[in-house]
Design a protein around this ligand. Sequence first.
Ligand SMILES: [Zn+2]
Ligand SMILES: [Zn+2]
Length: 254
Amino acid sequence: MKSLQERFEEKVELIPFSTCHWWLGAPNKKGCSSFRIKGAKETVHRIAYKFYKGPIPDGLCVSQTCKNRLCVNPQHLTLRTKDEVRKSGIPTIRKNHSKTLQERFEDKIELIPFSTCHWWIGVEGARGYGVVKVQGEQVSTHRFAYELYKGPIPKDLCVLHHCDNKLCCNPQHLFLGTIADNNRDKCEKDRQTKGEENGDAKLTTEEVLEIRSLRSKGYTCQSIGDMYDICRQHVSSICRKKAWKHLKNKVINQ
Ligand SMILES: [Zn+2]
Ligand SMILES: [Zn+2]
């Protein structure tokens, strides 16, 4: 038999980059959520206060210092008088707050045919990475995705992309590296993108221009890949000018 506290804690979720403890139940009109104990309903932050901090004196309210009405982290809970609560300016909840942060994040991820990347279609930051707001702080989406799906990022490590796609949030394309690895990785990928002068290059400048021209005529990446014996992902990155960047503005002479 589970204790009341265990049943309560099953409905609490921790989210990367957020220090709040998020209650997973649906919020009511006021943005709070309640939980039934022995038939009587009580708001979850009051219940949490009693579990972790002690009794609530008569006439006092429990309110969240983080202003997140679904937060039950005892360290964010404080006692206030009704008057103080009124003046504290806790915003009323917006409609989509009933979704968890993870759901709101995943709403902005798109899968694209022929790409194994999970593309972030939300806001892009200055460095070309996706950004998501967590408790008012901007967090890069690939870092957020790493923590969400794979676990905490150790201090001093970066999250790098196998696929070199800054907007990709596919956890299988993300790996940890040091800042030095990050720079080395960038150099290596840059060398690949310089193409023909690299001895391993499969394609000539001429072929790259042909590929882009074929793609613009509507050939699929797969069919072009078959013609040139390269994978469709590579065709796609050539056509999106992620690879062979230095040929960006060249067009085939016909
Ligand atoms: Zn909180
Ligand atoms: Zn990817």
